[in-house]
Design a protein around this ligand. Structure first.
Ligand code: GDP
Ligand code: MG
Length: 440
């Protein structure tokens, strides 16, 4: 299998230190195959490999990894960042304002099913969705939406199959206004192939009413076709996001990567089955692993990463004991905390710590972390390692450099002092003998 092949390649790469061009080339040859096998489009693969090649050569190989694994680690990070790094939500208007969502896509992609799935999600979040049966061409399309709507306990607006879709869409929005609905989802008609009639019809709906979100539904099983379809819909009518259906099948889902790379629109959800509960948020990191299809390599990499973190923690513990803990370490500890899922989860691992560090908790609030980072980065190395030298004029200079008010610098220094004091009183909390060993 591919995975075995990779392992063999990795075994033959023994050089330590920095990644050489040869290391990178050898590993990327396998990555390229993996991506093509996952149905990522050739053009995207070529671009991707080129950019990873440039990034990887000369990088340090992490302890515990061989060069091949190090390349995979970089590949994985690049895949995740290409797919958007984070999850994307449907943008909804506030309160009772009506958000109009138009579903688009080819026949059989999963529009009607997904319409009902999304309605269920919105309903469970306290929204009041109304579904509009705008597919007047396919026999039984209206009935199908009604059945699905009923299963979800969501009302379906229909005007039969003798009206045109634009009038139905308008009628649905009017109905929503007078009946207290705040989301209208338009289930439109697809065609077997991208054709002018379909595009024109969707365009007419967009012209006639205020569509907030056009969501394209594409079948992941169609592989590279999914990419072409996304590109065409985006060019013709403009889309805001994509839902990739039928990922419960055995496709590796390379389309997810190609779509994002080609038309730049985020994937919001993935369809994981025919049941109406089978709709999941799209997670770029999970998708990256799936596309690479290298589960065992990934878990090795995670382990190596954990070891590095542990080394750093031990190092930090030593510094703490010698009271050498400086702002650089503070910054480092913040980023570790972030990686491990927040300060609360770490505090809870420390016996007796419970809620004794509320100030620190607020300092590590994700939103504030960027500003704190800016402040620390505005300090000289000397100031970072020996905060005692921070006099008012230095603080003023730092505040200016970081673009924050001096009071914020003062607050950070105070919090830092508090943390240093508390840590000195708690020998062993960073994983000394005896006590429960946290990951910190
Ligand atoms: P539409 O023509 O775009 O409205 O597509 P439908 O919603 O009618 O779906 C077409 C077929 O695909 C139906 O049999 C659905 O049950 C099925 N389907 C939709 N989404 C998924 C999915 O995520 N996984 C699987 N396995 N089947 C799906
Ligand atoms: Mg349909």
């Amino acid at each position: 299998s591919l995975s075995d092949k990779l392992q063999n390649v990795f075994k033959s790469l023994r050089s330590k230190g920095r990644l050489t061009e040869a290391d990178v080339k050898t590993a990327l040859r396998e990555v390229k195959l993996a991506l093509l096998e996952a149905d990522v489009s050739f053009k995207v693969v070529r671009q991707f490999i080129k950019s990873v090649q440039e990034r990887a050569v000369g990088q340090d190989v992490m302890n515990g990894l061989n060069p091949g694994q190090m390349v995979i680690k970089i590949v994985n990070e690049e895949l995740v960042s290409l797919m958007g790094s984070e999850t994307t939500e449907i943008a909804l208007r506030p309160g009772s304002e009506i958000t109009v969502i138009m579903m688009a896509g080819l026949q059989g992609a999963g529009k009607t099913t997904t319409t009902a799935k999304i309605a269920g999600k919105l309903k469970s979040k306290g929204r009041k969705p109304l579904l509009a049966a705008c597919d007047v061409y396919r026999p039984a399309a209206i009935k199908q939406l009604q059945i699905n709507g009923e299963k979800q306990g969501v009302e379906v607006f229909s005007m039969g199959d003798k009206q045109n879709p634009v009038d139905i869409a308008k009628g649905a929005v009017e109905y929503a206004k007078s009946h207290g609905f705040n989301v209208v989802i338009l289930d439109t008609a697809g065609r077997l192939h991208v054709d002018e009639d379909m595009m024109q019809e969707l365009q007419n709906i967009k012209t006639a009413l205020d569509v907030d979100q056009t969501l394209l539904v594409v079948d992941a099983m169609t592989g590279q076709d999914a990419v072409n379809v996304s590109d065409m819909f985006n060019q013709k009518i403009g889309i805001d996001g994509v839902i990739l259906t039928k990922l419960d099948g055995d496709t590796r889902g390379g389309a997810a990567l190609s779509i994002k790379a080609t038309c730049g629109k985020p994937i919001l959800f993935v369809g994981m089955g025919e049941k109406l509960s089978d709709l999941e948020q799209f997670y770029p990191d999970r998708m990256a692993s799936r596309i690479l299809g290298m589960g065992d390599v990934m878990s090795l990499i995670e382990k190596a990463q954990a070891n590095i973190d542990e080394e750093k923690a031990r190092d930090m513990e030593q510094k703490l004991k010698k009271a050498q803990f400086g702002f650089d370490d503070y910054l480092e500890s913040m980023s570790q905390v972030k990686k491990m899922g927040g300060i609360s989860s770490i505090l809870s691992m420390m016996p007796g710590m419970g809620n004794k560090m509320p100030d620190i908790e607020s300092a590590i609030d994700e939103k504030k972390m960027g500003r704190i980072e800016a402040i620390i980065l505005s300090m000289t190395p000397q100031e970072r390692s020996n905060p005692d030298v921070l006099n008012p004029s230095r603080k003023k200079r730092i505040a200016k450099g970081a673009g924050v008010d001096i009071s914020e610098v003062n607050r950070l220094v105070k919090q830092f002092e508090q943390m240093r004091k508390m840590m000195k009183q708690l020998p062993g909390m960073m994983g000394g003998k005896g006590g429960k060993r946290g990951k910190f």
